[in-house]
Every structure is written in C-alpha cells, then in structure tokens.
Design a protein around this ligand. Structure first.
Ligand SMILES: [Zn+2]
Ligand SMILES: [Zn+2]
Length: 171
C-alpha cells in the first residue's frame, strides 16, 4: 500500500488508520496460504510523524529437524519515525533505515518496508517444537515418536578393532 501523505502534510488530519492485505514475498521452502494482514496507523504530533504497523502472516513449511509439517502465524510489530521529504540525507536514511522512513513525492510506500522487514525477521529454520529431537540418523524414524530400537552409540572404530582382538583371545 502506498499512503498518500497529503492530508497529513497539509494538517487536515493527524491520524491515519491502515488496514490491508499484503502479498508476501516468497521465503525458501515456506508456503503462505494467505496474504499478510496488516493493521496499524500513522500519527502526526506537531510534525513528528510515526508509523505503527502490526503484520500477521500465516505460514506452513516443514520442521528443519524432523521434516514434519509446521504451520503457524508469524507476527511482527513495526515502528518507524516518518521523516519529511528531504529532511535527512540519503546516506543517513540508509544508515538508519531501521528507525526512519522518508516520504517521497508526498507518498509513503509501506509495502516495500514491510516486505523487507518480514523477510529479515521471518525465522530461518522452522521447528515443530523447540526441543524437536529430529530423525534417527540410522533408520530415519522421527525420534519424537519414541525409541526406534537402533543402537544409540556408534562404537569408536579403534575400540571395535580392540574388541575383535579381545574376542579372538577369548575364543
Ligand atoms: Zn520436528
Ligand atoms: Zn533408528
């Protein structure tokens, strides 16, 4: 959504409500069955403008450890100080882009900001559970379902040789 800042800049209003759906940018291996729901507002307190947004993004993907399906809703709070056009240099803006956003041609492109922020904050690895034990490296069964019966510890190959030698002596 591109906000027309005219009414705020002309002092006609001091608050703007924001509510719309944003098509999210693809994140690797994650599906977004719905658009992101965006809600928030922009306020102007005697020239000090602030933008507050809350994004809700339903997702589904697979657990990084056990590959099980994971679904959830990612939520993001987003706050920026809105700078009047030309009030800060482009260098300063690039440096402070997690704090400021600048009006351009009387407009504020909220989508671009949100897509960037969502991409940056979305978890790199999805987990079905913080403590997901993953898959058995031997048989591939999810360890969450209980013991698969595979031997838990690999015998050190050097010890295995020793074991063979001990067996031979005993026979
Ligand atoms: Zn898992
Ligand atoms: Zn196993």
């Amino acid at each position: 959504m591109v906000l027309n800042m005219g009414p705020i800049l002309r002092g006609e209003i001091t608050r703007m409500e924001i509510a719309y759906d944003l098509i999210p940018e693809a994140v690797m291996d994650v599906r977004f069955p719905e658009n992101a729901h965006i809600k928030g507002y922009l306020t102007d307190d005697a020239g000090y403008m602030q933008l507050f947004l809350h994004a809700t993004l339903p997702y589904s993907g697979s657990c990084a450890r056990c590959l099980d399906e994971v679904t959830g809703v990612f939520e993001l709070d987003f706050t920026r100080t809105v700078a009047a056009e030309g009030s800060i240099t482009e260098e300063k803006l690039a440096e402070m882009d997690d704090a400021y956003v600048m009006i351009r041609d009387g407009r504020l492109d909220v989508d671009e900001l949100l897509r960037e922020e969502l991409l940056m904050c979305f978890p790199m690895r999805l987990l079905c559970d913080e403590d997901c034990p993953g898959l058995c490296p031997k048989c591939g069964k999810p360890l969450r379902l209980g013991d698969c019966g595979c031997p838990k510890k690999e015998i050190d190959p050097r010890l295995a040789i020793l074991q063979k030698w001990v067996d031979k002596q005993e026979n």
